[in-house]
Design a protein around this ligand. Structure first.
Ligand code: G
Ligand code: G
Ligand code: MN
Length: 426
């Protein structure tokens, strides 16, 4: 590349997120055109200060001259990111791509362009992993990216090797105080110790193309558990799976194979997952309801969907995100917010579940605000099916009665597994 070494410069790697989905959605040719437009826009943005080349599908490299420090490089990278956002904002796309930019600074001390390019690519991977627009390369990027790659390999083996299991966290009906359902939550353990939390391994599974397998695993376990424990169970469905071409078939097969009978299954879908390709998502939710499956909007309040969209979502339930529940008692603003969310749900005839409830004061506040159902460590953490069955034989009753006993003897000690204790101790 034409760089006037040894003057200081930087190399940037720019990756477009969701490229394969964008291609599938727009078609090959339109996607190619869009990438050409992006390339031109990036060139215009840099002007005479640098050069931009396409280095792969949805991937660009740029050289920027006269960069003297990382702050300076960040400014250049931010400008390119804004340029890309601006272009994607102008085009009517159901999928809004983002760009991740990795920066490597050439010091003019003879570091090869190829080596720099590699560093900028690793920084771009780190940007993707951290969900940040721009990351300037340093040695922490190596560790982070390599760790996530090796975890990705491990994860592929975990699925086959029986290290994954599905645990269940009870939900308690506010009016009766009786357990009325449970949420299926995936766990990855080796030798009784947690390897990684779902927040870490779900993105890995998505990247490794294993999410469909994982979802089938949690779905089939959850439906069988629903019959075995005689309780309705909810399963989390990621954005990628909701839009997968085989998703509806998978749900249909699961429901007919493991008929949950009187307990309708629920799927929990985050608000954020609904806004990527909204119309398609709505069609799919309607089809689920035709199959007798309940739809729940998960982590509500964190996804920035507009109320104009909200009114069109065919949902049976709304889950108030735990970030609003955490400070409910002490923070009047959070209380007003949750009150508004509950009223909104009422208006659209949705049930309201609050997650992350850890004490009775929060429970009472939510009960006053008209919340229907409570999930949280106050009652129980997620536990194996065996433990859930055991827990239900002792707790299928009004759990509000012995609230002082429950507070003196926190449920976490009663139901927590050895692995979870170890995780907490770390
Ligand atoms: O269990 P918890 O503690 O750490 O879960 C973290 C996140 O992982 C939650 O937001 C939950 O929705 C998600 N999660 C857990 N199990 C599954 C699963 O089987 N599929 C999907 N898509 N997400 C899951
Ligand atoms: O899918 P979703 O994000 O709703 O998953 C629920 C998450 O909330 C899981 O990670 C679960 O372990 C966590 N969780 C459930 N109850 C509590 C609680 O009382 N306190 C905290 N901090 N987390 C909780
Ligand atoms: Mn959930």
């Amino acid at each position: 590349m034409g760089v006037d070494a040894p003057a200081p410069f930087c190399l940037l790697s720019l990756d477009v997120s969701d490229f394969s989905r964008l291609q599938a959605r727009l078609g090959h040719k339109a996607c190619l055109n869009l990438m050409q437009m992006l390339c031109n826009a990036l060139r215009d943005a840099l002007g005479a200060r640098g050069r931009v080349i396409a280095v792969g599908e949805g991937r660009f490299g740029a050289v920027v001259a006269k960069i003297f420090n990382s702050g300076h490089a960040m400014l250049a990278a931010e400008k390119l990111a804004r340029t890309a956002d601006g272009l994607f904002g102008q085009v009517d796309l159901a999928i809004k791509p983002r760009v991740f930019i990795g920066v490597a600074i050439g010091t003019g001390n003879g570091l090869l362009a190829e080596e720099l390019l590699q560093k900028s690519q690793i920084a771009a991977e780190a940007a993707r992993a951290r969900s940040e627009r721009v990351v300037v390369y340093d040695s922490s990027c190596d560790r982070e990216v390599l760790l996530s790659w090796s975890l990705g390999n491990d994860f592929a083996r975990a699925l086959d090797g029986g290290e994954l299991s599905v645990h269940y966290q009870p939900k308690i009906d506010v009016d009766s105080g009786i357990p009325s359902g449970a949420e299926a939550l995936m766990r990855w353990e080796r030798d009784g110790k947690p390897v990684a939390t779902p927040d870490v391994f779900i993105p890995l599974a998505t990247e490794a193309g294993l999410m469909q397998q994982l979802t089938w695993y949690s779905l089939s376990n959850a439906l069988r558990a629903s019959v075995a424990a005689d309780i309705p169970i909810a399963v989390n469905i990621s954005a990628e799976i909701l839009h997968h071409r085989e998703f509806l078939d998978m749900m249909h097969t699961a429901i007919t194979t493991w008929n949950p009978g009187k307990h309708a299954a629920t799927v929990e879908i985050t608000e954020g997952a609904l806004v990527t390709d909204f119309e398609e998502a709505m069609q799919r939710l309607n089809r689920l309801r035709d199959m007798g499956i309940r739809v729940s909007i998960d982590d509500f309040g964190t996804g920035y969907s507009s109320l104009g969209y909200f009114k069109k979502i065919p949902a049976d339930e709304l889950k108030v995100d735990k970030s609003f529940v955490r400070n409910l008692v002490g923070d009047p603003d959070d209380r007003r917010l949750v009150k508004t969310i509950i009223e909104l749900a009422r208006h659209f005839r949705m049930q309201v579940v609050a997650e992350g409830v850890e004490d009775w004061q929060t429970f009472d506040t939510l009960a006053d605000l008209g919340c229907d159902c409570i999930q949280g460590f106050l009652f129980a953490r997620a536990m194996s099916l065996e433990r859930l069955q055991d827990w239900l034989t002792h707790n299928r009753r009004d759990l509000r009665v012995d609230r002082t006993a429950a507070e003196m003897q926190p449920p976490r000690t009663a139901v927590v597994s050895a692995a979870e204790v170890q995780a907490l101790a770390r």
